[in-house]
Write a protein that binds this ligand. Structure first.
Ligand code: NDP
Length: 444
C-alpha cells in the first residue's frame, strides 16, 4: 500500500465520526501523491504525513451565558491549533449550530495550506462554537462572546494564535471578544483580526474575501484570454463573502443574478442590487424575503436552487457541501465554464471531479478565498507597526497576493504534469512550503 493510502486509512480509522475532516484530508492527500511519491523514504521516516494530519492541540470548553430571560445557556467552544510550522496559528471562529469537532478540524486542516499559499507567515487553526447568533439580542451575543473569550484568552496571543471571523462571527462579535480579551489581559495587541476601524482593524478586510475571489477569477480568465465583462454569474450565500464577491463582480462588468441564505434564494434577472442586499443583511439582519419585497425584478424561492440558473460562472459562497453532483451536472448542462469557491469546501469531491472532467475551470476555496486571511495577516502587520494603511494600499496588496496565488497554483500543477488542475496545484504549492518548514524544524 502506498504511504498516502496508509495514512488515509489511519485518518479514517482514527476520525470515523468526522466525515468532513476525512473529506478534506482525502482531497489534499490524493492530490499531493506525486510529491509524496518522489520523497517517500524521507517522509515515511519523518512520519511527515501522520504529523500533518494530527492537530498540535484541540481545545474544547464550556461556554455558559445568561439569556434575556435570565436563563443560563450552555454552549461548547472549540479552538483547534493545527500547525504552526510557518507562523502563529491563524483562522476564523465559526458560530453556527452545526459546529462540532469534525467541522472545526476540517477547516483548520484546510487553513494550513490556504495560509501557506498566501505567501505570508501564518500557520493553520480554526475555532468556534455551536452557538447561533441568529435571533439573539445584542446583549445575548455580548454575553456569549465574553464568556467564550474568558476561556479562550488563555490559548491565544498576537504571536501565538490570532483568531478572526467566519460564519456567524462578524464585526459585532469580534468587537465584543476583543473588548473582553483586553479587559482580562490588559493587553492592546493584534490578537484578533476583523476588528473595527477605530480600534486596530484594517481597511478592506471586510471586502477582502469576496474581492479576492474575484481577483483570482479574473486572473484565471485573463490566463485563458477572457474577461469578466458581460458574464452572467450565479452566487450562493448572502453573507460577508457573497456580498463583496457580488460587488466586485459587478465592478468588473459581470451581471450577478442570484444569492441565497439558509431558507431561500433570489433570482434577479436585472442583477442583484448590492446596496439593498447590504441593507437587508448587514443592517437589518433580515431574511431574503425582505430583499424580494423591495425589488420588483426579484423572484424569491424557498429552499435551494441557485445552481439551476443558466450562467457562465458559478461562485459558491455560503457553506461546505452546498454544490452537489446533481448541481454540477446542471451547471455543465447549462454551459457554465468557471467555478471558483468563495466558501470553504462548498463542492463535494464527486462534484469537483465531474466539473474538472467536463472541462470547467475550477479553483478550490483554499486558493480562491485566501484573500480574507491574507488581509487578516496584513491587519496583523499594521498592528505590529502601529500604523494604518490606506484602502488602496491594502486592496492593491490583496490583488497582488491573489494574482500570485493563481500563478503559483498554476505552476505547481504544470510542474507535476497536471496543467489546469488547480485543486492539485493549490494542495501541492501549499503543502511543499509547510513540509519543508516541518522537516527543517525537527521532530515536533
Ligand atoms: P456569513 O455568516 O457572513 O454568511 C454565510 C452565508 O451562507 C449566509 O447567507 C448564510 O445564510 C449562508 N449559510 C450558512 N450556512 C448555511 C447552510 N448550512 N445552508 C445554507 N446556507 C447557509 O459567513 P461568511 O460569508 O463569512 O462565510 C461564508 C463561507 O466563506 C464559509 O464557508 C466561510 O468559512 C468561508 N470563508 C469566509 C471568510 C471570511 O473572511 N468571512 C474567509 C474565507 C472563507 P443564513 O444567514 O440564513 O445562515
Amino acid at each position: 500500500m502506498s504511504y498516502v493510502d496508509e495514512v488515509l486509512e489511519l485518518v479514517k480509522k482514527k476520525n470515523a465520526a468526522e466525515p468532513e475532516f476525512i473529506q478534506a484530508v482525502t482531497e489534499v492527500l490524493n492530490t499531493i501523491r506525486p510529491v509524496v511519491d518522489a520523497n517517500e523514504a524521507l517522509y515515511r521516516k519523518e512520519a511527515l504525513l501522520e504529523r500533518i494530519v494530527e492537530p498540535d492541540r484541540q481545545i474544547k470548553f464550556r461556554v455558559p451565558w445568561v439569556d434575556d430571560k435570565g436563563q443560563v445557556q450552555v454552549n461548547t467552544g472549540y479552538r483547534i491549533q493545527f500547525n504552526n510550522a510557518i507562523g502563529p496559528y491563524k483562522g476564523g471562529l465559526r458560530l453556527h449550530p452545526s459546529v462540532y469537532t469534525g467541522i472545526i478540524k476540517f477547516l483548520g486542516f484546510e487553513q494550513i495550506f490556504k495560509n501557506s499559499l498566501t505567501g505570508l507567515p501564518i500557520g493553520g487553526g480554526k475555532g468556534g462554537s455551536d452557538f447561533d447568533p441568529k435571533g439573539k439580542s445584542d446583549r445575548e451575543v455580548m454575553a456569549f462572546c465574553q464568556s467564550f473569550i474568558t476561556e479562550l484568552y488563555k490559548y491565544i496571543g498576537a504571536d501565538e494564535d490570532v483568531p478572526a471571523g467566519d460564519i456567524g462571527t462578524g464585526a459585532r462579535e469580534i468587537g465584543y471578544m476583543y473588548g473582553q480579551y483586553k479587559r482580562i489581559t490588559g493587553l492592546y495587541e493584534g490578537v484578533l483580526t476583523g476588528k473595527g476601524l477605530t480600534y486596530g482593524g484594517s481597511l478592506a478586510r471586510t471586502e477582502a474575501t469576496g474581492y479576492g475571489l474575484l481577483y483570482i477569477t479574473n486572473a484565471l480568465l485573463k490566463d485563458h484570454n477572457d474577461t469578466m465583462q458581460g458574464k452572467t454569474v450565479v452566487v450562493s450565500g448572502a453573507g460577508n463573502v457573497a456580498i463583496y464577491a457580488i460587488q466586485k463582480a459587478q465592478q468588473l462588468g459581470a451581471k450577478v443574478v442570484t444569492c441565497s441564505d439558509s431558507t431561500g434564494w433570489i433570482y434577479d434577472p436585472e442583477g442583484i442590487d448590492v446596496a439593498l442586499l447590504k441593507d437587508v443583511k448587514e443592517v437589518k439582519r433580515a431574511r431574503l424575503t425582505e430583499y424580494a419585497a423591495n425589488r420588483p425584478s426579484a423572484q424569491y424561492h424557498e429552499g435551494r436552487g441557485v445552481w439551476t440558473i443558466k450562467c457562465d460562472i458559478a461562485l459558491p459562497c455560503a457553506t461546505q457541501n452546498e454544490l452537489l453532483i446533481d448541481d454540477a451536472k446542471t451547471l455543465v448542462a447549462n454551459g457554465c465554464k468557471v467555478v471558483c469557491e468563495g466558501a470553504n469546501m462548498p463542492t463535494t469531491l464527486d462534484a469537483t471531479e465531474y466539473l474538472q472532467k467536463s472541462g470547467v475551470l475550477f479553483i478550490p476555496g483554499k486558493a480562491s478565498n485566501a484573500g480574507g486571511v491574507a488581509t487578516s495577516a496584513l491587519e496583523m502587520s499594521q498592528n505590529s507597526e502601529r500604523l494604518s494603511w490606506t484602502f488602496e494600499e491594502v486592496d492593491s496588496k490583496l490583488q497582488g497576493i491573489m494574482e500570485n496565488i493563481y500563478k503559483n497554483i498554476s505552476a505547481a500543477a504544470k510542474k507535476y504534469g497536471m496543467e489546469g488542475n488547480y485543486v492539485a496545484g493549490a494542495n501541492i504549492a501549499g503543502f511543499e512550503k509547510v513540509a519543508t518548514a516541518m522537516l527543517a524544524q525537527g521532530v515536533c
